[in-house]
Design a protein. Structure first.
Length: 431
C-alpha cells in the first residue's frame, strides 16, 4: 500500500492519511457564466451533459447573495473564510444548507479577482474537514465546476488553492472515483494540463507541484475504477513521462510524476488497453534516475509473466531498460536503479519467447555481463559458497529463498548475482 502524505515526497507503505492541507484566513474588507446549448446532432449523453451544465449555470447565477453589494459579499465571504480556518467549525458549516453553493456562486459572478481569490480560499479551508472526516464535496457538481474554473485562473494563489482543494477531497477513496468520473475526466484533464505546463515562468508554481501530488494521491486509491480511468485518460501517462524530461520542472513535481508512473505500472496488466500507453511512457521516462521509481516500474511489469513478451516486443523498451541497467554512478540511489533494471531483465529472461529477443540486444547482454562482474566483485566469496547449494534448487524453491532474503541487502544481492549468471547463460544459449 502507498501512504498518501502531504506535503513532501512520495512515501510507500503504511496507512493512508486523511488529513488535509492546512487552512488559512483572510483579513476583512471577474468571472463569467457556464454556457451550454443543445444541438440536434448531439448524442443522448452529450445532451444530458449539456442539460446538466445549463442547470449549473442557472444555479450559479441565482441566489439572494447576488443582490448584495460587492463589498458586502466580499466581507461575508472573508468572514466565512476565517470561520472555516478553524477546524472545529468546518463540518458544521458544510452541513448548513446553501452555504457552499453561495460561495461558489461568487466565483462565477464576481467581476473582480479579489472576491474570487477569497472564495477559493474559503472552499479550500472547508475541504480540510477535521481529524475524522474528509468532506464529500465531490458529490456537489457546482463545487467541481467551480474548481475547474479556479484551476485555470491567472492568479497563482487562486490556482494553488483550487488544486489543494481537489487534493484534500481526493484523500477519500469514494471521492476519487467521483473526481475521475466528473464530465468524463475533466478534472483529470485540468490536472494533467497543469502538471504538463513546462513554462519557465511557472518554475516555482506551487499549483503545479500540488497537481502532481494530487494525481499521485488519486493513483493510490483502492477503487479500481479510479485507477482505470486514470490509466485510460488520453495523454495522462505520456504527460507524466514528458515532465520527467522537462527543463523547467522542479524536483518535487518530477518525484511525484515518477512515483505515479510506478504506481500505475503495478496496476496495469495484460490485456488492459492502457498497457501500450504505459510502456511507451516508461520508455520516454527512462532518463529519470534520481529515484528508482521508473526502474521499479519496469520490474513491476516484468514480474507478471504474461507481460514479458509484450515488453520485449515494445519498440525501444529493451534499449531503455539496458540504459537504466548501465546507469553510471556510485551512490546508493543509482545502485538501486541498476538493481531494479537488471532485476526486470532477469525476470523477462525466464520466458522463452522474450529470451530470444533479449539475446539479440547488445545493450541487454552488456548490462547483464557488467552486473554479473560487479556483483561478483563485491560479494564473490559469499556467492561462491552459495552457488553449489542454489544450483540444486528448482525455481519455486529459489523464489522462496529470494523472498526470505528480502531486506537483507547482502543476501538479496547474492541471490540476484546468481540469477544474473543464470539469465546470462540462458541468453547466450539462445543466440
Amino acid at each position: 500500500n502507498y501512504n498518501r502524505v502531504k506535503p513532501g515526497t512520495p512515501a510507500f507503505g503504511g496507512r493512508a492519511s486523511f488529513r488535509g492541507k492546512g487552512g488559512s484566513g483572510v483579513g476583512g474588507g471577474g468571472g463569467g457564466n457556464i454556457h451550454g446549448s443543445f444541438n440536434s446532432d448531439m448524442s443522448d449523453d452529450a445532451k444530458k451533459d449539456s442539460a446538466k451544465r445549463l442547470e449549473l449555470a442557472s444555479r450559479a447565477t441565482s441566489g439572494s447573495g447576488l443582490y448584495m453589494t460587492e463589498a458586502a459579499r466580499f466581507n461575508t465571504i472573508a468572514t466565512l473564510t476565517n470561520l472555516a480556518a478553524l477546524e472545529s467549525n468546518r463540518m458544521s458549516m458544510l452541513l448548513e444548507p446553501g452555504l457552499l453553493d453561495n460561495i461558489c456562486r461568487a466565483v462565477h459572478n464576481e467581476h473582480s479577482d479579489v472576491p474570487k481569490q477569497c472564495s477559493a480560499l474559503a472552499i479550500m479551508n472547508l475541504s480540510n474537514g477535521d481529524m475524522d472526516n474528509v468532506p464529500e464535496m465531490a458529490s456537489n457538481d457546482m463545487v467541481l465546476e467551480t474548481l475547474l474554473k479556479l484551476i485555470r485562473e491567472v492568479n497563482p494563489e487562486t490556482r494553488r488553492n483550487a488544486v489543494v482543494t481537489i487534493f484534500n477531497i481526493a484523500c477519500s477513496d469514494l471521492n476519487t472515483v467521483r473526481l475521475a468520473r466528473y464530465r468524463d475526466g475533466m478534472i483529470l484533464e485540468a490536472l494533467t494540463e497543469l502538471v504538463g505546463s513546462d513554462d519557465p515562468v511557472r518554475l516555482h508554481d506551487e499549483a503545479r507541484a500540488n497537481a502532481a501530488e494530487t494525481l499521485f494521491n488519486m493513483a493510490c486509491s483502492d477503487i479500481s475504477e479510479t485507477t482505470d480511468r486514470m490509466a485510460n485518460h488520453a495523454g495522462l501517462l505520456e504527460c507524466l513521462a514528458v515532465v520527467l524530461r522537462g527543463e523547467h520542472t522542479g524536483l518535487e513535481v518530477k518525484m511525484y510524476c515518477s512515483a505515479t508512473l510506478r504506481r500505475m505500472a503495478e496496476l496495469i496488466r495484460h490485456p488492459m488497453i492502457a498497457q501500450g500507453a504505459l510502456l511507451s511512457a516508461l520508455v520516454k521516462a527512462a532518463t529519470w534516475t534520481s529515484t528508482d521509481c521508473i526502474a521499479e516500474a519496469f520490474r513491476a511489469q516484468a514480474s507478471e509473466p504474461e507481460n514479458c513478451v509484450i515488453m520485449a516486443h515494445h519498440h525501444g523498451l529493451l534499449n531503455a531498460l539496458s540504459r537504466l541497467a548501465l546507469t553510471s554512478g556510485d551512490d546508493a540511489d543509482v545502485d538501486k536503479v541498476r538493481r531494479a533494471a537488471v532485476g526486470a531483465i532477469e525476470l523477462m529472461s525466464r520466458q522463452d519467447e522474450a529470451r530470444a529477443l533479449l539475446a539479440h540486444n547488445e545493450g541487454i547482454i552488456m548490462a547483464l555481463t557488467k552486473a554479473s562482474y560487479g556483483d561478483e566483485g563485491s560479494l564473490r566469496d559469499e556467492s561462491l559458497t552459495r552457488q553449489s547449494m542454489m544450483s540444486e534448487m528448482d525455481e519455486a524453491t529459489f523464489d522462496q529463498s529470494y523472498e526470505r532474503l528480502e531486506g537483507d541487502e547482502d543476501g538479496e544481492a547474492s541471490v540476484q548475482s546468481r540469477r544474473i549468471q543464470v539469465a546470462l547463460k540462458n541468453l547466450v544459449s539462445a543466440m
